[in-house]
Write a protein that binds this ligand. Structure first.
Ligand code: ZN
Length: 284
């Protein structure tokens, strides 16, 4: 099952066709893409019955497939080589922070750069489809609806050298959590996924989920020991090596840069960076 947010409406994607879920189900399922995760098991059964297409795919009108989660968890230093390039030890337990949900944006379009040093971090993102509280690792994936691509954009100066360092705030400027284009169920995906970031045509990150320090079942289980995971919540699972701050000299995003983010089986996102003034956000 592959779903998308098509002009603000939940769509089921079948090849080049798209099914408007609310219309095709005669109102049984809401058009609001966020609400489908509350009824995920029922929705999957319905999607499996092969509802008739209502239109064809138009990628330019895609928005974030999970537009307003109640909770967003993110994992730091979850690939060994990324910990090394960032100058940290690989942690003994997952390092968890949040990206505030107002930072979510869609899989294409412009993102405004705040002052500072903005870096890229492609990440595999899991979407919760069933409440999970204190679940074991072997049951953890039963609670995951599917996977999508995310960028954990990060302003490094306030994240790391501010007083105090601000992980969550530095990663939560508007547009700093692009998501999409699709949420895909795990039965449609390979076991190991390749994550690639391309900056202005140059591959800067190219890693595999095989190198995750803490794999998804362990992340879901460990987070759920403290916080009940709610339908529609997100887990950003960490970034492979190749971020800008790990380079000599460090390299950060500038106005006009184009960032393409790809994961096997999940498609790609494409964003352009602009100054805050270009985006109309500076005059407040
Ligand atoms: Zn990250």
């Amino acid at each position: 099952v592959r779903i998308a947010n098509h002009d603000g409406r939940l769509a089921l994607c079948t090849g080049d066709d798209t099914v408007d879920v609310e219309r095709a189900s005669d109102g049984r399922f809401s058009s609001d893409p966020q609400l489908v995760y509350d009824v995920w098991d029922e929705f999957r059964d319905w999607a499996g019955t092969g509802p008739d297409p209502t239109g064809s795919r138009g990628e330019n009108s895609l928005s974030a497939p999970v537009p307003s989660p109640r909770q967003v968890f993110a994992v730091g230093l979850n690939y060994r080589e990324h910990s090394e390039e960032a100058g940290f030890q690989t942690p003994a337990a997952p390092m968890i922070f949040t990206k505030f949900p107002s930072s979510i944006t869609g899989p294409s379009g412009d993102i405004a750069l705040p002052p500072g040093s903005v870096d890229w971090e492609i990440e595999l993102v899991a979407v919760i489809g069933r409440r999970a509280y204190q679940v074991s690792e072997d049951r953890a994936l039963d609670h995951v609806a599917g996977l999508t691509i995310g960028q954990d954009l990060s302003e490094r100066e306030s994240q790391l050298s501010g007083a105090p360092p601000q992980f969550s705030l530095a990663k939560s400027f508007p547009g700093f959590a692009p998501l999409g284009p699709l949420v895909v169920t795990m039965d449609e995906l390979e076991q190991e996924l390749q994550l690639t970031t391309v900056l202005n045509g140059e591959v800067v990150q190219d890693g595999s989920t095989r190198d995750l320090v803490f794999a998804l079942p362990e992340l879901v289980s460990r987070i759920s020991m403290v916080c009940p995971l709610l339908p529609g919540d997100l887990i950003f699972t960490g970034t492979p090596p190749g971020v800008g701050m790990g380079r000599t000299p460090p390299r950060y995003l500038s106005p006009g840069d184009e960032l393409v983010s790809r994961i096997t089986g999940l498609g790609e996102m494409r964003h352009r960076f602009v100054t805050m003034a270009d985006n109309g956000l500076a005059e407040r």
